[in-house]
Design a protein around this ligand. Sequence first.
Ligand code: NAD
Length: 295
Amino acid sequence: MARITFIGLGNMGAPMARNLATAGHTVVGFDVVEAARTRFAEEGGTVLDTMAAALEGAEVVLTMLPSGAEVKAVIAGPDGVLAHAEPGALLIDCSTIDVATAREVAAEAAARGFEMIDAPVSGGVAGAAAGTLTFMVGGPETAYAMAAPLLEVMGRTIVHAGDAGAGQAAKICNNMILGISMIAVSEAFNLADGLGLDRQKLFDVASTASGQCWSLTTYCPVPGPVPTSPANRDYKPGFTAKMMLKDLRLAADAANASGVNAPLGAEAGKVYEAFCNSGGDATDFSGVVRFLRGG
Ligand code: NAD
């Protein structure tokens, strides 16, 4: 069993950390926000008030932070993980961040004697709680082999995608598909409304025909056909529109940087940006159906 420091006890991090503790590991949590620390402690977790204290004796350090800026500061900053953890510790960053920062931080960690992988996830808060996340991993084979048993506690599907940054690359490619497909499904339901076609009938056809996709069959953006989808709880997230916008921006930046033509990804980003600007940023991203309908 490992001594694990878990940094970033938010919507995803807290349940992931709990699953590791439940599996028998010694987990010490830290979050920069006191309310997050208190919540984690109230749910039975162990927290410490400073990152330096939380890192003492850590064999594994997991991070689940909002974006690349926080990951860089927490891992490589002057008071961060590389400064306080013992060289040889395994670093696992599960945040969704840009590929360039992931590679930069991994290189710095390696230069200081740390094993590191990027291991962003798919599966949302429900997957984090149930321990059924999908992990997309980038980094050396040695680090992957060390991390795999821990990832198996938190997830169901683990794919070693390649070298440092490859996990992030897989994640943004997947989420570009998701962002575009949710808009496609939403437009189709809105068109069905306009044509007087019953929503359930469209679902019955498209879910068994060539329009079939996750955005339709698991996360249907209109209430009714998939009772567990956020549409049935007034688009309470789930996965917020703001997060989707973040991922589409990462995808657009990566496409530009690598000279790849991805017009629909860029257009989807504009739609979620307008949705967020209209006040939808804390709404589930599938609420884009309502935004496209005009509210
Ligand atoms: P969140 O905002 O709920 O949690 C992030 C936590 O990090 C917060 O508690 C915040 O206080 C903490 N934090 C920020 N800066 C810090 C610092 N310097 N030191 C310590 N703690 C710090 O976000 P989340 O929903 O848990 O998402 C985390 C990551 O997972 C993001 O990169 C997101 O894109 C990705 N993700 C989220 C989902 C989802 O459904 N929510 C799904 C897949 C991936």
